[in-house]
Design a protein around this ligand. Structure first.
Ligand code: SF4
Length: 455
């Protein structure tokens, strides 16, 4: 599909990624943890019985710093840090177990980072041991982890497989040597191939690759080569992320010469080249930046409208309660969000003092809950239906925005609902923004110094 370049430039504005609504800049510092504790306990007793819960474990250490990275991580080559971290994580888990009125039923579990495979297989096994000791595993569980191709060993793969993990995601980013040099992530393609082949041999049923477009020095020809190599391995899913240039929050990005970054139009060209190659290779575009082969579960969930999105990204499971453990982790209990301390020292101090380490978050009101659902529908399905009770707000804030998007043929809508067009699917973040009442009412927060650009 040829997308008009003026349209790209017009919509390449700072827009949230909408992994939460209200988005993080609107969250507030907590005066204490009582509201979060009571929201957690209340929702846990409802959701755990009904559908089980999701658990995210943040493992923050990396051996070297990739300068493009916006994650919360701690760079070290000292593996002794694993011990202390796991001790504190265990205590944090126990603080939550004490708030639960029943044994938690684990339905979805994700190890993210940082680099989870920085931890030794033995320590990962020990960690899962103390989690499983107080939990029941849901019969339809989905356990996944992020692996670094450079340090994911066969033993990591086997240990986690034996613990019930069936899905993993490799951070590949880009295979070009010059791009890797600039982003300080030297990762021979051979490592990616080896790790993927071993994962398949061990029995993983879904291997995902994360690729990034818009990195310094990337060109259409270099990204085409990366994608051709990627396709040759046939990962079941591919996340093709836009590089978010936010040097005001990610210090490593300040090392980049901004002249090396592709322009907005060049960046979209990179995206379109990828999209075209994925389609030719049999991958379907299933939502914001994600592509999957037809045999993958996420593809089926997209097809039958059951795909879900939370802080872990797109998922096949619909559990409303997501508990995040570890430094900087985010929890989402449906009616409230909370984020843990972002520095290791503060995180350790809080947990060692017997306190939940949450420091900021948001308690949603009814309006937030309703508009959050619209945003979720659009992110996961590209369409939504309107509730007549919300029409006054929709008419005041959302419909004027939708009229502008409709004029550019990005969607169709009436007072019953909306549907993104195939062109509009490239601009899902911009469509979601029309439902972001907090942003539309409060232009003083945000934009250029808070959110990354849409493309
Ligand atoms: S991209 Fe991954 S490995 Fe690199 S610094 Fe960030 S979290 Fe660590």
């Amino acid at each position: 599909m040829n997308i008009n370049k003026d349209l790209i430039i017009k919509y390449n504005q700072p827009v949230p990624r909408y992994t939460s609504y209200p988005t993080v800049p609107f969250w507030k510092d907590f005066e204490n943890t009582e509201n979060w504790k009571s929201a957690f306990s209340k929702q846990f007793s409802i959701d755990n019985k009904k559908e089980g819960i999701s658990l995210y474990l943040h493992l923050p250490f990396c051996e070297s710093m990739c300068s493009f990275c916006g994650c919360n991580k701690r760079i070290t080559t000292n593996h002794k840090v694993e011990e202390e971290y796991l001790e504190v994580l265990k205590k944090e888990w126990q603080l939550y177990v004490d708030l639960m009125d029943a044994r938690p039923v684990l339905r979805e579990l994700h190890l993210g980072g940082g680099t989870p495979t920085f931890f030794s297989p033995q320590n990962l096994e020990r960690m899962m041991g103390f989690i499983f000791e107080s939990a029941t595993i849901h019969p339809e569980h989905e356990f996944s982890f992020e692996g670094h191709p450079n340090n994911t060993t066969r033993q990591h793969l086997q240990t986690l497989y034996d613990l019930g993990f069936r899905r993993l995601s490799f951070g590949v980013q880009d295979n070009d040597a010059e791009v890797q040099r600039i982003i300080n992530r030297i990762q021979p393609f051979e490592n990616v191939r080896r790790a993927s082949e071993e994962a398949r041999e061990v029995g993983y049923k879904s291997v995902n690759f994360d690729l990034v477009y818009g990195l310094p020095k990337q060109t259409e020809s270099s990204i085409r080569k990366t994608i051709a190599q990627t396709i040759s391995i046939r990962p079941d899913r591919i996340a093709f992320y836009s590089y978010a240039h936010v040097p005001w929050t990610s210090r490593g990005q300040r090392l980049f010469d901004e002249n090396d970054l592709p322009s907005a139009v060049e960046k979209l060209q990179l995206y379109l080249a990828g999209k075209e190659m994925f389609a030719e290779a049999g991958y379907s575009d299933i939502g914001m930046d994600h592509f999957a082969l037809p045999h993958d579960d996420l593809y089926a969930a997209w097809q039958n409208g059951t795909m879900h999105r939370n802080f872990m990204g797109y998922t096949t499971q619909k559990t409303r309660l997501l508990l995040g453990l570890g430094v900087s982790s985010i929890g989402d209990v449906g009616i409230a969000f909370a984020q843990n301390n972002k520095t290791l020292q503060e995180y350790y101090e809080a947990v060692n003092a017997g306190q939940l380490p949450v420091t900021r978050g948001f308690l949603l009101n009814d309006e937030d809950l309703n508009f959050r659902q619209y945003i979720l529908d659009i992110s996961c399905k590209g369409e939504t239906k309107f509730d007549a009770a919300h029409l006054p707000l929709l008419r005041e804030f959302t419909f004027p925005e939708l009229e502008l998007l409709k004029a550019d043929e990005l969607l169709t809508f009436d007072e019953n609902g909306l549907k993104a067009t195939s062109l509009g699917r490239h601009f899902i973040r911009n469509i979601c923004r029309a439902f972001d009442l907090r942003l539309l009412r409060n232009q003083f927060v945000s934009d250029s110094q808070v959110f990354s650009k849409a493309i």
